[in-house]
Structures are given as structure tokens and as C-alpha cells.
Design a protein around this ligand. Structure first.
Ligand code: S3P
Length: 175
């Protein structure tokens, strides 16, 4: 049976740095890195944006839930999840029971700054500034409740964030 300490997941808003920090954490811990969006894209044979176009957000979320279950059915993985993974209660149960869940926190301001001009995120098409604010406010509490550990990803380099995660992870094993 898979134990929650067998895997490590990163959650957080778009632009919080999951995909930059994730590979660093994996290499520091000698674990296998998985980007959930990449797994979904490979399986579908198209980009996240195209999946949203063809199958809508609902179609994408179904693929996301299936991919998450599959990835966390194994051990020794560091998984960067798409920002919306916490919208589904079952995903949250999967994440919390099969991995240690780390939330990378950035302020709404920082999220807005980092996402400016981002073309590849389908949810931010059009009035993106309003959308960032709305999604950020709708989700903040969901992120906090899904995470075992929350850390600020502001005013720190990605390496510093990765080291912080690795320290927390290592401490779990001493207990
Ligand atoms: C999404 C975030 C994206 C991607 C999809 C939906 C979201 O991933 O999964 O565009 O709902 O926040 P990133 O958080 O890596 O940008």
C-alpha cells in the first residue's frame, strides 16, 4: 500500500513556481519528477490549451483526475500539479493520502505580475487580470486546506524554496 510519505506533491496558483521548484526538489532527494500537465498532454497528444478548446474545462479536469491517480499509484515521485487540481474533492483526498502536499504561496500581486502576457494558460484568455483575481480569491482557501505544509514562494529563489521543502521532508523521516 502507498503511504503518504511515499510521494511529494506541489500545489499552488498558476505562476507560483511549481514546475521550476519541482525538478530541483526531485534531484535533491533522488526522486522521480513528474509534471502532471505534461503527462496529460502526452496522453492526449495535444497541449493543455488545445484540450480546453476541444473538450472544455470539464474534459480537461477528467483527464487531470485520471492522471493524478495513475501517477500517485507509484512511489518515489515529486509531482507538480496544475493550479486547478484542488477544485475536485476526490483529487484532494488522493493527494493527501498518497503524498505529502506542499503549497507554494504567492500573493495575488505576485501571481498577477508573473502571469502577465502569458499566452499558454487557457483560463487566462481575455480579461486576464480580473480572472487572476477571481480565481485567486476563489481558490486560496482550497489550497490551504489541501496542503500538509504551506510555504511562501515570495522573495526567495527557486533553490531556496526547494531547500525549504527538502528540509521539511527530511524532518518527517526523523519522527
Ligand atoms: C490551471 C493551471 C495550469 C493548467 C491548466 C489549468 C488552473 O497549470 O493545469 O491551464 O486551473 O489553475 P499551472 O498551474 O502549471 O499553470
Amino acid at each position: 500500500m502507498i503511504h503518504w510519505r511515499d510521494n511529494l506533491s506541489l500545489i499552488g496558483f498558476m505562476g507560483s513556481g511549481k514546475s521550476t521548484v519541482g525538478p530541483m526538489v526531485a534531484s535533491m532527494l533522488g526522486m522521480f519528477y513528474v509534471d502532471l500537465d505534461e503527462i496529460i498532454e502526452k496522453k492526449a497528444g495535444s497541449s493543455v490549451a488545445d484540450i480546453f478548446d476541444k473538450h472544455g474545462e470539464t474534459g480537461f479536469r477528467k483527464m487531470e483526475s485520471a492522471a493524478l491517480k495513475k501517477v500517485l499509484a507509484g512511489r518515489g515521485k515529486v509531482v507538480s500539479c496544475g493550479g486547478g487540481v484542488i477544485l475536485d474533492k476526490e483529487n484532494v483526498l488522493t493527494l493527501r493520502s498518497l503524498s505529502v502536499v506542499f503549497l507554494l504561496l504567492v500573493s495575488e500581486e505576485t501571481a498577477r505580475r508573473r502571469l502577465q502576457g502569458c499566452m499558454k494558460r487557457p483560463l487566462l484568455k481575455g480579461e486576464w487580470e480580473d480572472k487572476v483575481s477571481r480565481l485567486y480569491r476563489e481558490r486560496l482557501d482550497l489550497y490551504r486546506r489541501a496542503a500538509h505544509f504551506s510555504l511562501s514562494a515570495e522573495e526567495k529563489s527557486p533553490v531556496e524554496v526547494a531547500e525549504e521543502i527538502v528540509n521539511i521532508w527530511k524532518n518527517l523521516w526523523w519522527k
